[in-house]
Design a protein around this ligand. Sequence first.
Ligand SMILES: Nc1ncnc2c1ncn2[C@@H]1O[C@H](COP(=O)(O)OP(=O)(O)OP(=O)(O)O)[C@@H](O)[C@H]1O
Length: 376
Amino acid sequence: MSVEPAAGRGARTGRAASAPDVLADVTFDERDVQVRLDVAGGEVVALLGRNGAGKSTLLQAISGLSVPDEGRVVVGGQTFVDTAAGIFRPAHTRGLGVLTQDPLLFPHLSVAANVAFGPRSRGRGRRAAHTSALRWLDALGVADLAARRPGQLSGGQAQRVGLARALAVEPAVLLLDEPLAALDIAVAAQLRPLLRQICREQGRTTLIVTHDLLDVLALADRIAVIEGGRIVEVGTTTQVLAAPRSAFAARLAGVNLVPGLADAGPAVRTADGGRVVGVGDVPDGQHAVAVFAPSAVSVFPEPPTGSPRNIWPAVVTELAPAVAGDGAVHLRARVEGVGLIAADVTPAAAAELRLEPGAAVYLAVKAQEVAIHART
Ligand SMILES: Nc1ncnc2c1ncn2[C@@H]1O[C@H](COP(=O)(O)OP(=O)(O)OP(=O)(O)O)[C@@H](O)[C@H]1O
């Protein structure tokens, strides 16, 4: 897979860290949205929050699709919006790469013409724009679809074309609004590494709205959580997931995450000598994370017999009613070398196992229940 960097964009280290690449400080009265966010050059920020929180409104303020009642939007030193000074640059003059759930391709144009449209409207000649479109389609693995109409594409193909179109304008900033949400899991899993390469490995300043923990883990340097039109939590991905302060981040972090390096197994080897076996294809030695649900963890008083690949002695540290309120007991137990692991057990099992803080137990997790992903 090869995805070329857009001309003129530096690597992550290539930009001055002093000035933010994106500054948005905007208020929408009717929507009750008031947010301020800085994004540094080359940084990938994930915007999280429940439906209606204001994530898309923030992206629209930056892209020019919505006009704030008050505030400023400055990208790469250029003022796109300054309500006090009466400045508003229309969306098509901002040179940003935008991709939403639905790539909104022009149905009457071929795939190649859709991708060439941006460069054309920015003054490139027909031939140069076409050549650039083919280059981007090739980089995204869909060159063979150049002559098709959007109606002849699958969802995943259309999203690759949408990404090629967003990149063909050589955007200063990428704005991605749930780009994988409409795709089925297998197609999203194919596109995620491509997005990772485009955003992170090539150091493109990116804002991505997502509900998916896997997107956050694979792509984001920082997380900003929006609730009720306000940013309630901002931090590095590791900080927010390790110690979430907002309800949304806590729910997102409700899964077990074990970071480390990938090794054959496939498995994740932790810095403290622990190992979690799972399913995944992260190359050996790369940063990886093992992800599994508390419901996938079984608790035993003695080492279980049978097939689970992960069996760990553990000490219970905490018991609480499960967040879901379904009558299950939510337990945390410390596993040497692996860390704190959350497990859900039924109240009957909790009683039978005499689970209480300090109890010595064994945790078992089947390898098939553990997803191993590349990590930021
Ligand atoms: N075009 C619009 N005109 C008026 N109000 C709007 C408009 N679009 C969104 N809103 C309102 O603004 C608030 C924020 O909506 P927004 O679409 O930004 O949320 P979101 O976090 O992106 O949600 P979702 O995850 O559902 O896309 C909501 O109360 C919504 O009803």
